[in-house]
Design a binder for this molecule. Sequence first.
Ligand SMILES: NS(=O)(=O)c1ccc(C(=O)N[C@@H](c2ccccc2)c2cnnn2CC(=O)NCCCS)cc1
Ligand SMILES: [Zn+2]
Length: 262
Amino acid sequence: MKGNQWGYGKEDGPSIWHKNFPVAEGDRQSPIDIIPKEAPRDPNLGPIVLNYDQCTSLNITNNGHSVVVEFDDTDDRSVIQGGPLGNPYRLKQFHFHWGGKGCHGSEHTVEGMSYASELHLVHWNAVKYKSFGQAAEAPDGLAVLGIFLDTGDDHRWLHMITDALYMVKFKASVTDFKGFNPKCLLPSSLHYWTYLGSLTTPPLHESVIWIVLKEPIIVSEKQLGKFRTLLFSGEEEDQRMRMENNFRPPQPLKGREVRSSN
Ligand SMILES: NS(=O)(=O)c1ccc(C(=O)N[C@@H](c2ccccc2)c2cnnn2CC(=O)NCCCS)cc1
Ligand SMILES: [Zn+2]
């Protein structure tokens, strides 16, 4: 694996990442397998509060690892707060992880069971840190809201994303994506599990307060299939590699506690 190039293949995938990113074998790595009966309810954990109404989505991009919708995070217009968080965290981007045809691709698992896909809404602590990059290196710098995707009927709003995927088929492609409010991707319940972890892709910084919702959202196989029309590869590359199975498997808990909201 050359330099800081990493991927999800045999030569550059999760089992090799530790060579360039030794923290891959650290004490608070993500994702993890969540065991509900070992995640006690903590009465001090209040509800999480999402203020996304003034959010400003900017663009959608294929960064060669996932498809990412980025937001204007120059002020506190869209934040997550409450729950395990000491202050509001600013929404920066969201992206997905998914499997191959008929194979599940969530990162967190629940008692060994994985979901078809997982959505990550990435927020950073702009109260304590001056930039995302700086926050991404601090133990309380990031808060990622994880939402499982299960298959069933069409999701009534996901088409707004899947209809745009043909515009970002190749790595490093980007297109405008304004006026999208991720509130429409939330399940009805905001009950969650929470634990201290890391980015699930290199540089794997141990800077994430994870908040994983218990209730999945439902999307159709057809909608999920559109994610698999994306490519890991750039337009100029002759080798076309379908973007799928872009998930890291669960990592050792190493004595960490997982708590449950009420
Ligand atoms: N899966 S997750 O929710 O845990 C997750 C969340 C955010 C990031 C992230 O922002 N990574 C970038 C970064 C930039 C500055 C400091 C540190 C990290 C980065 C580094 N090289 N490329 N990127 C872009 C990138 O990975 N973007 C996120 C797409 C998830 S596959 C990665 C994973
Ligand atoms: Zn992610």
